[in-house]
Design a protein around this ligand. Structure first.
Ligand SMILES: Nc1nc2c(ncn2[C@@H]2O[C@H](COP(=O)(O)OP(=O)(O)O)[C@@H](O)[C@H]2O)c(=O)[nH]1
Ligand SMILES: [Mg+2]
Length: 333
């Protein structure tokens, strides 16, 4: 059973994805059959919450009504922090109702860069941990390069605090593979679906163990069910299907769902990863109900330097937005 809390706009939409039915596809049908395996609660300061229609209404919590009038925090991190500090009871009550008393771990999902999630994450993480005596694992997106300076600044200034408040952190870059040449909304949808597929497809026990104290990212790759070299699948994954620009990492945990007999060359792939990335590949295979596809769900651990990268981005974006306003001033002269 997965226990998920979405905080803020992005987090809420990602959690909503676990409840959405897509009966047209096999995956959709399997997913809806698995629906009872998820307890998800969405918490936001924005009325946008009411546009989520798949997640049960009692699992949606609008907070900060008196302060934001349902309009969100407008990127104000202090306001997000304040609202969660004052109104965490509302959130905790909804979690209790949704069965979080039985959780062994909770995933707190948020998009870094805005006000609600970025400011509220450490506060809510602390409150949930205490209320249910569970470890809190974070799943956070980081702002894409095309977003404004404020988002990067917020993400950069609050990353360490968020990292420290979680037992482990999965980061997903919003300028990841899905975003190349795509409109933002479509890219977000793809990323949200990847997070959902990963959490469904990967093995939760392995995830919690592998993530402890670490920063990791995810990758999902699919292939036709035909004889496939693990090295080829892995190299495709690293090139196109990882949701973070990788420089260095320690380990790839890969869970393959599909016909085990179709995947060969485990040793060879492991040696290739060792020599090319000085990293380790751990591979497990499980059966799948879809005979036509092989899906590989991966967790890539040992990511470093994210705080530094966010700081650089915040700085360069600031410079470029100052330049933009300068240019505007010149034009108006
Ligand atoms: N992957 C993904 N990212 C999103 C989505 N919506 C917003 N974001 C990202 O999340 C960041 C924070 O936005 P939002 O969640 O609205 O902020 P908050 O509600 O104030 O916490 C933005 O800067 C975007 O990078 C979404 O649906 N999917
Ligand atoms: Mg918002």
């Amino acid at each position: 059973m997965l226990f998920l809390v979405g905080l803020g706009g992005a987090g809420s939409k990602i959690v909503e994805g676990f409840y959405r039915k897509n009966l047209g596809s096999i995956i959709g049908r399997l997913a809806s059959r698995e629906e009872q395996d998820v307890a998800g609660v969405a918490i936001d300061t924005s009325q946008a919450l009411s546009s989520l229609t798949s997640i049960p209404i009692e699992n949606r919590v609008l907070i900060g009504k008196s302060l934001t009038k349902g309009h969100g925090t407008g990127g104000d991190v202090d306001l997000g922090r304040r609202i969660l500090t004052e109104e965490h009871e509302l959130a905790i009550a909804a979690l209790a109702k949704a069965g979080f008393g039985g959780a062994k771990a909770v995933f707190l999902i948020t998009g870094l860069g805005g006000g609600t999630g970025t400011g509220g994450f450490p506060v809510l993480a602390d409150k949930i941990r205490k209320a249910f005596d569970v470890p809190i694992y974070g799943i956070v997106t980081i702002p894409s390069r095309s977003e404004g300076a404020l988002y990067s600044k917020n993400a950069s200034e609050n990353f360490s605090h968020i990292h420290k408040s979680a037992a482990g952190l999965v980061v997903v870059d919003n300028s990841g593979p899905a975003t190349r040449g795509e409109v933002v909304d479509k890219a977000f949808k793809k990323i949200n679906a990847a997070v959902r597929d990963f959490l469904r497809g990967f093995d939760t026990r392995t995830l919690l163990k592998a993530l402890k104290g670490d920063v990791a990212t995810i990758g999902v790759v699919q292939a036709k069910a035909e004889p496939t070299a693990l090295k080829d699948l892995t190299s495709r994954l690293l090139r196109n299907d990882v949701y973070f620009p990788l420089e260095k990492f320690k380990r790839i945990y890969a869970v393959v769902r599909g016909d085990r007999g179709k995947i060969y060359g485990e040793r060879f792939a492991q040696e290739w990863i060792r020599s090319k990335y000085n990293a380790e590949l751990r591979f497990t295979a499980v059966g799948s109900e879809n005979p036509r596809k092989i899906s590989m769900y991966t967790l890539i651990t040992g990511i470093t330097g994210l705080r530094e990268r966010l700081a650089v981005e915040a700085k360069t974006k600031k410079v470029s937005s100052e330049l933009e306003s300068l240019l505007k001033d010149i034009k108006s002269l």
